[in-house]
Design a protein around this ligand. Sequence first.
Ligand code: XMP
Length: 506
Amino acid sequence: KILILDFGSQYTQLIARRVRELNVYCEIHPYNNYPVLDDSVKGVILSGSPFSVRDPKAPIPDLSEMKAKLPLLGVCYGAQHLAHCFGGEVMASNKREYGRANLTFVDDSNSLFKNISLNSQVWMSHGDTIEKMPSNFKVIASTADVANAAFTIEGENTYGIQFHPEVYHSTEGKELLKNYVVGICGCAQDWTPDSFVESTVTELKAKIGDDKVILGLSGGVDSTVAAMLLHKAIGENLYCIFVDNGLLRKNEFYNVLKKYEVLGLNVIGVDAGERFLKKLAGVSDPETKRKIIGNTFVDVFDEESHKIEDAKWLGQGTIYPDVIESLSVNGPSQTIKSHHNVGGLPDYMKLKVVEPLRLLFKDEVRRVGKSMGLEDKFIQRHPFPGPGLAIRILGDITPEKVQILQEVDDIYISGLKSDGLYHEVWQAGAILLPIQSVGVMGDERTYERVVALRAVGSTDGMTADWSHLPYEFLAKISNQIINNVKGVNRVVYDISSKPPATIEWE
Ligand code: XMP
């Protein structure tokens, strides 16, 4: 495997993703807290950083165990650190060095730049530049503005590159990373979804033995794939709990239970809708709604889990971004953040945690699911928030409003599916607004509710653009909603992006 030492760059996760896309396993660790370098570690990558090496608070790694012993690749800050630390000079650059640049010199006799073309586009993002190189450093690539864009240390397998090979705008970046992890580090490209399933199932068997595991299913991809892996490892000893909080999509509880049945999972469906809605009665504040739903879920889950005797483990669908976030280098003093999914175990549930997906990114979870034979309807679902329709009913929640919104949402989502638009958008849903408006149906004046439709494109939910759904489609859906859902006489479409808006309205 490859070890990536993180100095806090926003791109560190991207490096890991690119390396894994090459079917080479890698792990991210904080620069000052990484595991022992045993034989399994074939090479190390030093990430970028928001810091300048000239900053008194700059993160300084201890490289004594790796430099000149293992292949080492510094990216951006990582490269500057090597130059700065071993006798070179790093200065603030006069020119802005952000965005596209092209390689004007490439030493293609060097293994790192094998098959990388002259003029290749690379992506720069740095305020400092390596002004003077230490005498034993050799330049292996340059751009018009950055003479020392890449170097190697003579007599060592140590490299530095000023640009970011991990971003897509570095068009041959993946080739360069391949030269490093495969050519220089000698990693075999054998880390595939199938091999992941095989090794994970073996590990889970050894770890859990004959113990019982409880896992909360949500219908989403993470919990489903986690359940499938555990099921493959321990079979009937996996007990899945799926809670209906009364705020799911129309028929969702029934449909998802059915789908799980087909997968052969042992699922306990808990119909707790009334209980949730009672607790939510009269509550309008979004954060209070979230809190009530979270707490009630824990109560219900806890009660159900006590019915399973001798359970020793709690299975969770935690994925790698949550894990990294909880360990990340956050400034020089390394604050450890605790993330809600990591170790988020109520005290009174004295269970050990098992997280089969804690090393995977979302797209890798999907690939693993696919390799285990999960159908697209599980894997390619839109994200759906934990508090469900509660945060799409603005204002207080009543059973009647839930029912109206379920009908509207069902028409909208079914329409997206039948018109082949579902997979064109990242997430879609309807919002019930807390206002009424005047309308006319037949000869009657109406005074009814307004719903908003929302659809966005995104890759991770952090930023999003509203989807340009065809007018004809919107017209058709609007008609269907108003004609079929009693109590709604107006439909609007949300054309705001995130930022400055958010995806959900609450
Ligand atoms: P926002 O509204 O913040 O949403 O742009 C970003 C993504 O997060 C989902 N979301 C939630 N998911 N609990 C969840 O599990 C929540 O309280 C919650 N709030 C928003 C939202 O659906 C979108 O995918």
